[in-house]
Design a protein around this ligand. Structure first.
Ligand SMILES: [Zn+2]
Length: 186
């Protein structure tokens, strides 16, 4: 018994402080008023739209998001979203790892109309209800950043470049990682 007790004490002293749990629902404008930083991990399994792309549902998304306002009272969400998951390569149909390190710099707005009026340098985040799911918000950023047609690099792919038609190779060169975000802006 004494042995177990000392072991517990030992574990207590060497374990790092647990990260505070992330809220499920957030009010981004309110977080900006309070200069709040959200940091921690979200499970990929909670991201239902992203799930269709994934080979396996395990894994987490690491977030560090700072909500703040500038001198003009405009609200922002800035920070990073990092994750790594496996998707199917659209050239050879084998799983491939996709590592994402997304830099977030969004201006919070209340409506589509307000988003349209933003100068081009701002990326809008439309907050049209008081509470938003943090997981969905992060998922949205991920969906906008993954390539529409994920493919291994030519060196890593199961389909060798000698098997590709000239047309396919050209397409790859011209269009290496067109993503949805870019298409949406055009
Ligand atoms: Zn491949």
């Amino acid at each position: 018994m004494i042995f177990i007790l000392t072991r517990y004490i030992h574990i207590d002293t060497i374990l790092p402080m647990a990260k505070p749990l992330l809220p499920k629902q957030i009010d981004p404008f309110q977080l900006a008023v309070k200069d709040t930083t959200l940091e921690g991990d979200l499970p990929l399994s909670e991201m239902l739209r992203l799930k269709d792309f994934l080979c396996e549902k395990d894994g987490v998304v690491g977030i560090h998001l700072e909500f703040s306002r500038n001198a003009q009272g405009q609200a922002f969400m800035k920070g990073r979203i990092k994750t790594c998951f496996k998707v199917i390569c659209q050239r050879c149909s084998a799983p491939m790892s996709l590592t994402l390190d997304i830099s977030v710099n969004d201006r919070l707005v209340r409506s589509d109309k307000e988003a349209e009026r933003l100068p081009e340098r701002y990326e809008p985040l439309i907050v049209d209800s008081e509470l938003m799911s943090l997981s969905s918000l992060v998922e949205e950023e991920i969906l906008l950043s993954i390539p529409i047609v994920p493919k291994h690099s030519i060196e890593e792919c199961g389909v060798k470049s000698s098997d590709l038609t000239e047309f396919e190779e050209q397409k790859d060169e011209l269009n290496p990682f067109v993503n949805l975000k870019k298409l949406l802006r055009e």
